[in-house]
Design a protein around this ligand. Structure first.
Ligand code: GLU
Length: 386
């Protein structure tokens, strides 16, 4: 995507996007006064997505609404819910929600997939890799992942709590280049526009600094139904922009919210701090202490420098202390660290497949395995490696 400037539009951002995460808040999915699912709205968003998919753009949806739907189905009284009540409400509401998304996409022959994540799925590297692999497999099959927090098992201590943060993590995990946070406000304002007459809209944020964060006073008007106010949106935007993602904060109240953005609807664009792959590589390169080391032969070292993944065939030995998903040092025949990367295999399995061709790995390990020991997208070579 071309570099963003203060005159960039949401239409340009969407047109240049490769992979987009759309976050839809509870107050959009459910009618605020009746609590009923807004099926027409879902259908309109689905049709916008299908339209943009025609350019090859991939979509993941982070959908709230399970607790609100379940609460209505169970006739729970208004007011704050005890933890076990919201867990129960989510258990009832989530299948209704998943079904609604399926129905919204089925007229276009699109398959949707439910993915319920818990905090550990994005905060622990091994589980992160597993979740990422599943989402990749779904996208490869042209399914639309519909993601929510697994509220039925999430506890107060171990949860995202709001889907803005979950969506930012999903954007980071899936290497999305755009995150659209659809809510009931059309972007960031200098002050709460409902309370301050002189408040003005801010169309573009080049860098989310502390001063901008401080503008997020007061929750958005209908925050009672979901849990994210403006502060959580900005925190999510910061997380995502730091991961190299452009964030669009826009109103999703009306039908066809993406079409509206394409037609110039007001929104705030937050520019990314780095490209997704740079952000990812910074994270790998910045690992304080690699968990282990993988030693490679001369041929593999040459291949890596030309941009190839590290295959087990090029591995001569490895240390015995790392797990799948850990950062490992890649060491050449002279004992020099030439780079770092994320291990696709733990040390135990890696030792067994040292020197094997990719086709032999499954037989050796007894499970169908990944071809690369370190995928090139998960690898950073040291600058100046000869
Ligand atoms: N995961 C919650 C639900 O589906 C919503 C959390 C939020 O509103 O941000 O009901």
């Amino acid at each position: 995507m071309a570099t963003l400037t203060s005159s960039s539009t949401s239409a340009q951002v969407l047109a240049g996007a490769r992979r987009v995460v759309i976050k839809a808040g509870s107050s959009l999915l459910n009618d605020v006064s009746t609590g009923q699912l807004r099926r027409h709205w879902l259908a309109s968003l689905a049709s916008d997505i299908v339209e943009l998919q025609k350019n090859g753009t991939e979509f993941l949806i982070v959908s709230s609404g399970a607790v609100a739907l379940g609460r209505r189905a169970l006739n729970l009284a208004a007011g704050a819910l005890a933890l076990e009540q919201s867990q129960a409400a989510a258990a009832v509401g989530q299948p209704i929600l998943a079904n609604a998304w399926q129905q919204a996409f089925s007229p276009w022959g699109r398959v949707t997939a439910q993915a319920l994540l818990t905090l550990e799925d994005t905060e622990q590297r091994r589980r992160w890799l597993n979740s990422r692999a599943t989402l990749e497999a779904l996208l490869a099959q042209k399914a639309v992942p519909v993601i929510n927090e697994n509220d039925t098992v999430a506890t107060d201590e171990i949860r995202y709590g709001d889907n803005d943060r979950l969506a930012a993590r999903v954007a980071q995990m899936s290497g999305a280049d755009v995150l659209v946070l659809l809510s009931d406000i059309d972007g960031l304002w200098s002050a709460d526009p409902n309370r301050h007459e002189g408040a003005h809209h801010i169309p573009f944020i080049a860098k989310l600094d502390d001063e901008t964060m401080a503008k997020a006073e007061g929750p958005n008007p209908q925050a009672a139904m979901g849990s994210g106010g403006m502060v959580t949106k900005l925190l999510a935007a910061r997380l995502a922009t730091n991961a190299g993602c452009t964030v669009i904060l826009a109103s999703g109240i009306g039908e066809h919210p993406l079409q509206a953005l394409k037609a110039g609807a007001r929104a705030t664009i937050f520019a990314p701090a780095a490209s997704p792959s740079d952000a990812r590589k910074n994270w790998i390169a910045g690992a304080i202490q690699p968990a282990g080391a993988v030693h490679i032969d001369g041929g593999a070292a040459q291949a890596l420098k030309k941009g190839a993944s590290l295959l087990p065939a090029g591995m001569s030995k490895c240390s015995d202390d790392f797990m799948r998903g850990d950062v490992v040092a890649i060491v050449d025949v002279d004992g020099n660290e030439i780079g770092r990367g994320l291990a696709s295999y733990g040390a135990q399995d890696a030792k067994q497949i040292c020197g094997l061709r990719s086709a032999q790995i499954s037989d050796k390990l007894g499970y169908s395995a990944r071809a690369a020991m370190v995928h090139r997208d998960d690898m950073v070579l040291n600058q100046g490696t000869p």
